[in-house]
Design a protein around this ligand. Structure first.
Ligand SMILES: [Mn+2]
Length: 252
């Protein structure tokens, strides 16, 4: 059994570079029965709420999920800060395509599991991030039940898309650094500190996340922090093999 992890592809539209990476990721993993794929958040730059339009807009991705799950591959989808409130959408997808909901798991928070005898924490990474009060306030707003209801039932897809694209572009302008600078030492150190605090709170052998857009492989007191980084820049994913061997694998 092998385990594959990728995050922060930020697919913006069908057939863009992100879609290409996502397609290449599924091709390169060549996952078989019993293998597990972890989509660790912000796979899509904008996917919010139960809007059936997403199923046709990103039909390549959903067809891929259908194909993988039909082979007995389990998919773990972690909601990020760009793709969330998606439980109902995936439920809908499973029903429409006769896919067992057991093979597609959606997470709003961290998953604590065990792989090859190691205790593992998997999450998008925003849950462990320290010193980001404005982000935490934003999360409280978007995650409250009212906003969830609005995203699922009130807001039409077209309006959501319009607002979301604008907000996303604005945030990109604000965070230009995050999207362009590789190995940003300040961000890297902040997330290492976040990791050190998190494993004191809840010890694991390995913590895997994304979100910071800074790829990392760092060990502290025998615990390992693996950040899969910004897929669009790094063009790689993480693989844990049957024997516990951990590798970054390159994409196209
Ligand atoms: Mn993120």
């Amino acid at each position: 059994m092998s385990f594959y992890f990728i995050s922060d592809i930020h697919v913006k539209e069908p057939n863009d570079f992100g879609c290409l990476l996502l397609k290449d990721f599924f091709a390169k993993t060549n996952a078989k029965e019993g293998d597990e794929i972890f989509l660790v958040g912000d796979i899509f730059d904008l996917m919010i709420g139960d809007h059936v339009e997403y199923l046709s807009l990103y039909s390549d991705f959903f067809n891929q999920l259908k194909e993988s799950t039909s082979k007995g591959v389990k998919i773990h989808f972690f909601e990020g800060n760009h793709d969330f409130h998606l439980r109902k959408l995936f439920k809908r997808f499973c029903k429409l395509n006769n896919v067992s909901e057991d093979l597609i798991r959606i997470y709003q928070g961290p998953l604590f599991t065990e792989i090859s005898g190691k205790k593992i924490h998997v999450s998008h990474g925003d849950d462990i991030e320290i010193d980001n009060p404005s982000y935490k306030a934003y999360k409280r707003v978007v995650n409250n039940p009212f906003m969830k209801f609005v995203a699922n039932y009130i807001m039409p897809f077209s309006l959501l898309n319009f607002i979301g694209t604008r907000a996303s572009n604005k945030s990109r302008n604000r965070n230009q650094k995050k999207y362009e600078i590789r190995d940003d030492k300040n961000v890297m150190e902040k997330f290492r500190e976040s990791f050190r605090r998190e494993i004191k709170r809840k010890p694991v052998d390995i913590l895997i996340c994304g979100h910071s857009h800074v790829k990392d492989d760092y060990t502290f007191e025998e615990a390992r922090y693996l950040n899969v980084g910004y897929a669009r820049l790094e063009k790689s994913f993480l693989k844990i093999s049957d024997d516990g061997q951990i590798d970054f694998v390159n994409l196209a």
